[in-house]
Design a protein around this ligand. Sequence first.
Ligand SMILES: Cc1cc2nc3c(=O)[nH]c(=O)nc-3n(C[C@H](O)[C@H](O)[C@H](O)COP(=O)(O)OP(=O)(O)OC[C@H]3O[C@@H](n4cnc5c(N)ncnc54)[C@H](O)[C@@H]3O)c2cc1C
Length: 812
Amino acid sequence: MKSHARVVVIGGGVVGVSTLYHLTKKGWSDVVLLERTELTAGSTWHAAGLLPLFNMSYAVGQIHKYSVDLYKRLEAETGQNVSFHVTGNLRLATNKERMDEYLKYCGTANTIGVPYEIITPKQVKELWPLSDTDGLVGALYHPDDGHIAPVDVTNAMAIGARNGGAEINRHTEVLSIEQQKNGEWLVRTNKGDITAEHVVSCTGNYARQTLSMVGLDIPVIPVEHQYIVTDEVPELIERKKAGLPEMAVLRESDASYYLREERQGYILGPYEKGAPACFVDGVPESFGQDLFPGDLERLMPHVEAAIKRVPTFADAGIKDIVNGPIAYTPDGSPMIGPAWGLKNFWINEGHSFGVTAAGGSGWQLAEWITEGEPGIDMMDVDPRRFGAYATKPYTKIKNEECYEHVFVIHYPDEERGAGRPLKMSPCHDRMAARGAVFGQRYGWERPNWFAPEGVEPKDQWSFRRSNYFEHVGNEVKNMRTNAGLIDITSFSKFEVTGPGAEAYLDRLVCRKLPKGVGRINLSHALNKRGGIRSEFTIMRDGPEAFYLVSSGAAERFDHDYLLKHLPDDGSVRLDNVTTAHGVLVLAGPKSRDILRKITDADLSNNGFKWLTGQHITVGLAPCRALRVNFVGDLGWELHHPIEYQNHIYDAIVEAGEEFGLGMCGMRAMDSLRMEKNYRMWGQDLTREYSVFEAGLERFVHLDKGDFIGRDALIRQKEEGVPQSFVCLEVDGITDADPLGNEPLYDISGNIVGRATAGAYGHWVGKSLAQGYIKAGMEAIGTKLEIEILGTRYPATVIEESVFDPENERLRA
Ligand SMILES: Cc1cc2nc3c(=O)[nH]c(=O)nc-3n(C[C@H](O)[C@H](O)[C@H](O)COP(=O)(O)OP(=O)(O)OC[C@H]3O[C@@H](n4cnc5c(N)ncnc54)[C@H](O)[C@@H]3O)c2cc1C
């Protein structure tokens, strides 16, 4: 074994080997893989080998697509057959809601170029003659995917990696990992030590153990997953004799199982209720290349459903039950990217569809390591999307929930119940008493909407307008007419202070920092390619003090970035004050009248200008009041030490009574912000789009001196900005507004872009969308089409900010 390498990859499952392979493809040959036993000895060897392209996430969808394309070329490159059976993949639907899920997915598939067909029950019968199509309303068919031999595909990538110069060491167990003073990693193994510039952890079920070696608590805990292998089935033998092709992988989502042919028999894999998490405290020494005993009782409901759908399954004897650990995370997506708080330590863990995701995850992670950035927006899989709230017991129950939800309909407004409520604003119960229907983000409970008296405070999830549509509309209208109160305590907040604070922040964002004390700027931190990494509201709180606010879901993501860029001369202090400060937004035309009653601060337009902040008192409590908001109306964000929240809340509610103050939830906020075309970080603003593409030139100061991403922006200016941000009005909608991830077409039917967000603008009475299209098509009035749940609707490019385009309300 070498004693030094540029990268050490830990773990020789399909994911680790793919990471190694892709590093060599990037030209990094001084790379080493360490595997404690044999390649594929973890979960990889017993995987069923299915490669489902279906995924609702834009990022994961691209990762899966890449893998499927790669695996088709591997044999030609490496000489290793990977047994790729391109059988196609059928997902059945027995109800309209399930069809809606497929149709929503199709929008994403179109934007990333995954071929699919929506087919009828009759076509299902043609593709799957041994199925009973009773009760089906249709199906989604992917002609391109199928199944593969996981061991062979791992070996093929291992050959490819070795050909590229990589070294693979089997029977080499990593025992400890520490970072040395010079930044290099010292990796100790049972075969000796190795130092490396970068370390990548790809250890599957061992993730918690490996990451604990570097002090991290990673929310990866496996769940038991089983499949049945049957004896040969006469009808399948007949089909083979007749020269008929293998039938598609069959997924009956509504009965939560997959079924495929295997050596003239079947494999049936269910996602059962009550499957237990395993290895909660780590993989025991005694567990080698092992399996758990099968649990037939848990399998039975799915076996019965499969017999109804595929009658020949009834006579197939059970040959084997494979029950193995499958790594999970609380949201079911893997963790791919940098480890938080550590330099040059990378994570490729938590894969529950690891054979499917291995190719794509290795591809993107290798790009990230070698070039400093991934090519696609990886936020859905970024390890920093979870925070300290994802403790071991939380992870256990969320992962079990996630497992049994694999085939549950993924509604866009779904809010899962396990592990809730967890993080609560102090005013949580007060809002609950007013009918709040909560959702959860980053562990925080946030009101999505408020059920008026007599209305059940409960969501009916849907892909279309649902039971809360009218009530959200009323919240919006009340905000625009009177005033509304929104709890955004979950937002991330940081204080940056010290003599070096200004220079440090200035390099991180593309806009000049606010000059005068109390001034506020919306600023973007870019990546090296000019893509948008983070969005911060920055208030200058003193000559050497700044207060930063960013998305609630970005707390660890942003904190990690700020931390990793801190100068080491001690000139800057960074404090994450997210949980120390609550935030209540009071906005709407009467917000000044309300606030005036409970503060002695001068709230006149001259005394408290738009885009400024002041330290004031509200009631008896101290507050940092920022005259900004995300709803595009007159208003203040009141940031306060969290212990004063109920005092402030009560004072506002009492003062607001005579002015018609209402409560306002996240769904109303979304409608309000779409009327102003405010871009949402993580949805409209991602690293896939440059700040120019996002139409935010006014927030960029190329002349301010160097900042991260500046060179790329200058290049883009010279070469031309490839895409443009557009605001759209959509016509003809009756019950399904755009939500984001819909393809946009020109009038000839060519895909020219994608919507990143959409909502019904309740105040302006229009269905609105925004997104990116090819540059040159952004002229106001341009006619496009947007595909929503399989139907194309006319969409017209409109001016930004359909509500109050001159910002008169904001400046009032
Ligand atoms: C029954 C079953 C069926 C499945 N079917 C499918 C399917 O059809 N399609 C699909 O995409 N996925 C499927 N999966 C999931 C798939 O098996 C996993 O997602 C995938 O194998 C994960 O690969 P990995 O490389 O991350 O982990 P692993 O394959 O578990 O590899 C991790 C490796 O790290 C090594 N390691 C750990 N700690 C150390 C250390 N300290 N030092 C050195 N080495 C270490 C381990 O020995 C192991 O070899 C299935 C899983 C199960 C249980």
